[in-house]
Design a protein around this ligand. Structure first.
Ligand code: NAI
Length: 724
């Protein structure tokens, strides 16, 4: 008998013990206190009854194999709980190790997702058989939550596949593999089509290897590829992706650096010492702020957003079957592809059959690439392409139950294209516009059914960008909102919901980031330092190069239109120090950005970006001392965070989870912060610390950094920034 509560011990007459992971109190198995006790009891019993045991199989009674660490607990770990967390981890690892070194074959029969702790249990087994269940994922994604796998994950992957492969394939990007790809990449030994086959394979391994042990427990074992002594070696590997290099060289992501250090240091010592090193680096991460930020965003907020915190309740979902995409340009082509990929029939309309066909050709291009990389099959490609019908004839839109418009950014044109098709599509079709800046309420005036009209703001490139910003106009109905939300989920993207306003949330807030970078040019700050500050703050794109990509005339147009709108409404346009810089760049120097062949950077004939334009230093000169580098980084981060708070004040934003997720997934706000609002809540000194720093920046750089009243109020009450 065992006292185990989360693991069932099932021994058959041949001596094979199946350890069924089955936490009675949770829908998924996690590495909690009960598991710690259960696995210790199992290890003890296995040692005591060793002679009657022929082999051990881990498997689970849940849909997932094992979910990993308990994030609800982990987000709370501060220095005071660190020792306890360390001890729990050490105890679990030592139990797994006792089973691993029993001298009997140990097999993981991975019946569902095995991520993080789940895959670490599998790694502590001598053989891994994965069931090819749909949606099942295998890997160590801890890095994406600012952590490292400290259940032996670093130590064992390094010994299993060598340090370079362990880092690149498993640890540093946290890739989640399908069972088949896990097999191809050496994470598992076998894949099975059915649960019966999986267990049969597990037993076959036990039969064939009565005295199995881990390769690293065999005397004289050497780590494949050797053990580098220089911890910087991996950062210099030519195969290292650029974003990882950046994270390892200064951007504030402690997890990749700690993983690298744990892997390199751990490869030079014995197994047990390596486990201790790994645990030490983990403790540093779990008690720090970055992992808390990232767990908040990528686990709790993302779950809240995708599960529909912002979707009206009580409205029956109605999956879209046939969508009309108006405009087959860059965005329309990408939207058509994303819809077809989700199995939705698409009618792609443009002004001429050629233009429409060109839009479909984009899908052909993407699929050809996927096929050449083995990511799709010819049959799947053909099926997807058959779903897209290019046309110039409005009559072909008959029967469409949703419309997504992506023609040029022009209100009159958008009105015209909706008028042309509104009586042809289904009488209750959902009407969406992919405008990036135009207020939805005004666009809705062009259609007969304003309650069915809504903004659906995609990001470029559509096939890669996971976010869609849904914009409710003043007359948008709850039904339309629910349907738009469901459509975004149907195409497997993440929807955030905002109220109408010029630029909505994302376009307006990213504008603050860019304006701040440009304003610094105007102050005569070394342009290369500005770019470096953006990188070191953790932004994926450098600020001036981003401005060049968007073209300098675009913000000017948006600014002039916004200014006119504000003044017409009797308001005062505040202006921004970046205005003068953009005007001079365009009017005086004729530098409009990349598409114009010259911007903040120089560009070659082929459009390739060269160096920063030396004229910047000549025409924008610095009066006074250089400003602190920390100020440069925080001016960018604060400008976006403060404007987000203003959007809460204005009622454009209402959900903190939407704000955090939208900022990271839509506009490149650094992921280590956990998003715009989490950045404020997690700032050193909490809300009061953030407010004090904002005031300091306001004093040094301008009134735009004054903290909004809502923030000051919450700081004074000792609250965190929560939902409106
Ligand atoms: P684009 O210029 O690549 O494509 C526009 C397409 O609309 C062209 O193919 C044009 O022939 C077509 N068109 C014009 N009049 C038409 C009509 N009467 N009927 C059917 N088609 C017509 O523009 P892009 O970049 O795809 O932008 C489209 C919309 O998406 C704009 O509202 C833009 O603001 C918005 N948007 C753009 C983003 C971007 O990154 N480019 C991001 C998010 C939204």
């Amino acid at each position: 008998m065992t006292t185990s509560t989360t693991i069932r011990w099932e021994q058959d007459e041949t001596g094979v013990v199946t350890l069924v992971l089955d936490d009675p109190n949770q829908s998924a198995n996690t590495m909690n206190q009960a598991f710690k006790e259960s696995i210790a009891a199992v290890a003890e019993r296995a040692e005591a009854e060793k002679d009657s045991i022929r082999g051990i199989i881990y498997t689970s009674a849940k849909k997932t194999f094992f979910a990993g660490g308990d994030l609800k607990d982990m987000i709370k770990v501060g220095p005071e709980l660190a020792q306890q967390a360390f001890d729990t981890g050490t105890a679990i690892k030592s139990s797994l190790r006792r089973i691993e070194t029993l001298g009997k074959p140990v097999v993981a029969a991975i019946n569902g997702a095995a991520l993080g702790g789940g895959y670490e249990i599998a790694l502590a087994s001598h053989h891994r058989v994965a069931l090819d269940a749909p949606g099942s994922k295998i890997g160590l994604p801890e890095v994406t939550l600012g952590l490292l796998p400290a259940g032996g994950g670093v130590t064992r992957t390094v010994r299993l596949m060598g340090i370079a492969d362990a880092l690149l394939k498993v640890l540093l990007q946290g890739t989640q593999y399908s069972p088949q790809r896990a097999l191809e990449n050496g994470l598992v030994h076998e894949v099975a089509a059915t649960p019966e086959e999986m267990l049969a394979k597990a037993r076959a391994f036990i039969d064939a290897h009565p005295e199995s042990q881990q390769p690293w427990d065999v005397k004289g074992y050497k780590i494949p590829g050797g053990t580098p002594s220089n911890p910087r070696f991996a950062a210099n590997l030519p195969a290292f992706p650029a974003n990882l290099k950046k994270q390892l060289q200064g951007a504030p992501y402690p997890a990749p650096r700690n993983i690298l250090a744990a892997a390199v240091e751990g490869s030079q010592v014995d197994f047990e010492s390596a486990l201790t090193i790994e645990a030490r680096y983990f403790t540093e991460l779990v008690t720090g702020q970055t992992s808390k930020n990232m767990i908040q965003a990528f686990f709790f907020d993302l779950q809240a957003v995708n599960s529909g915190v912002s979707r009206p309740q009580g409205i029956e979902p109605r999956p879209v079957r046939k969508v009309a995409v108006l405009g087959a340009g860059m965005m329309g082509a990408g939207i058509a592809y994303s819809c077809a990929r989700a199995g939705i029939e698409v009618v792609l309309k443009d002004v001429s059959p050629e233009a429409a066909r060109k839009g479909k050709a984009y899908s052909e291009k993407l699929l050809a690439k996927a096929l050449s990389r083995g990511r799709t099959t010819e049959a799947k490609r053909d099926a997807l392409l058959a779903l897209i019908t290019p046309t110039a004839d409005p009559q072909d839109l008959a029967g469409c139950d949703a419309v997504i418009e992506a023609v040029f950014e022009d209100t009159a044109l958008k009105h015209k294209v909706f008028q042309e098709i509104q009586d042809i599509v289904a009488p209750d079709a959902l009407l969406c516009s992919n405008t990036s800046t135009l207020p939805i309420t005004g666009l809705a005036e062009g259609v007969a059914r304003q309650a069915d009209f809504i903004g659906l703001h995609f990001f470029s490139p559509v096939d890669k960008m996971p976010l869609v910003e849904i914009i409710k106009g003043e007359r948008t109905g709850a039904e339309a909102l629910a349907r738009a939300f469901d459509l975004v989920r149907q195409i497997k993207k993440t929807p955030i919901v905002v109220n109408d306003s010029r630029g909505f949330f994302t376009s307006r807030v990213i504008g603050q980031f860019i304006n701040e970078g440009v304003a610094m040019v105007g102050e005569g700050i070394e342009p290369a330092s500005i770019e470096q500050a953006a990188g070191q703050a953790g932004y994926p794109a450098k600020v001036l190069s981003l401005m060049d990509e968007l073209t300098l005339t675009l913000p000017r147009k948006i600014r002039d239109e916004s200014k006119r709108a504000v003044e017409e409404a009797g308001g005062v346009w505040p202006g921004h120090p970046s205005d003068a810089v953009i005007d001079r760049m365009v009017d005086e120097f004729g530098r409009t950005g990349r598409s114009g062949g010259a911007g903040f950077y120089e560009y070659g004939e082929d459009g390739k970006r060269g160096r920063l334009w030396p004229g910047l230093r000549e025409h924008f000169t610095r009066q006074g001392a250089e400003i602190p580098f920390e100020d440069m980084k925080e001016r960018m981060l604060f400008s976006e965070s403060l404007d987000t708070v203003r959007l809460f004040e204005e009622g454009v934003l209402t959900s903190v989870a939407d704000a955090n997720i939208g900022s990271i997934m839509g506009i490149g706000f650094p992921a280590w912060t956990g998003g715009v609002i989490q950045y404020i809540n997690g700032y050193e000194g909490g809300l009061p610390g953030f407010v004090a720093r904002a005031r300091e920046l306001a004093e040094r750089y301008g009134e735009r950094f004054q903290p909004p009243g809502l923030l000051v109020e919450k700081a004074e009450k000792g609250e965190v920034f929560g939902d409106a």
